[in-house]
Design a protein around this ligand. Structure first.
Ligand SMILES: [Zn+2]
Length: 188
């Protein structure tokens, strides 16, 4: 009896060592053969939709990703658009969605581009309790990229609202220039 059990235990140990190798539980012993020609076409058609995304957002450099994706803040007064007053449209740097019009931009002297109105539906608001403050974060409603914060009651304009937006979260398109198409990714 002992001579029969020992090889069985050894065989079981071998199986339990080999099991963790495939990432997907696989009960079909035939598929472990490297020359499983019959399995190949099937596996390919299954994997293709996941490995090939239809579209991606605009590529971001390290600084852009820090602000837009990790909710960072660019330094005061250094942003590209802080004092821009040309006619045009400010779009999301990550997805090209139209966010603000130049006619709604004003000089607040706060050190970041300021607007008192967003393009209808372009911006979502969230409570932000970070940094020991109670603020309202604003994000692009299409790609959820971080834009900045919105403040009320400062009496800087008639609308009494200030969207304090990081320049790096936006791209300015001058009036008359073609706006790039908004990138809308399929919902997951
Ligand atoms: Zn966006």
């Amino acid at each position: 009896m002992r001579y029969l059990i020992l090889p069985l235990i050894a065989a079981m140990a071998l199986v339990s060592c080999r099991n963790p190798v495939p990432s997907v539980p696989n009960t079909d012993p035939g598929s472990q053969e490297p020359s499983g020609a019959a399995m190949k076409p099937d596996a390919k058609t299954k994997q293709q939709p996941e490995s090939q995304p239809a579209m991606t957002y605009n590529k971001l450099n390290e600084q852009e990703a820090y602000v837009i994706q990790q909710k960072g803040t660019e330094a005061m007064g250094v942003g590209e658009y802080t004092d821009t007053s040309d006619d045009g449209t400010y779009i999301c740097r990550q997805c090209n969605a139209e966010l603000y019009r130049s006619k709604d931009k004003f000089h607040s002297n706060c050190g970041w581009p300021s607007f008192d109105l967003e393009i209808d539906g372009a911006v979502n608001r969230h409570d932000d309790l970070s940094a020991g403050m109670t603020r309202t974060e604003i994000v692009c409603s299409n790609c959820k990229g971080h834009l900045g914060h919105v403040f009320h009651g400062e009496r800087l304009t008639e609308r009494n609202t200030r969207h304090c937006v990081n320049s790096i979260s936006m791209r300015f398109i001058k009036a008359g220039e073609k706006l790039p198409a908004k990138i809308v990714l399929p919902k997951k």
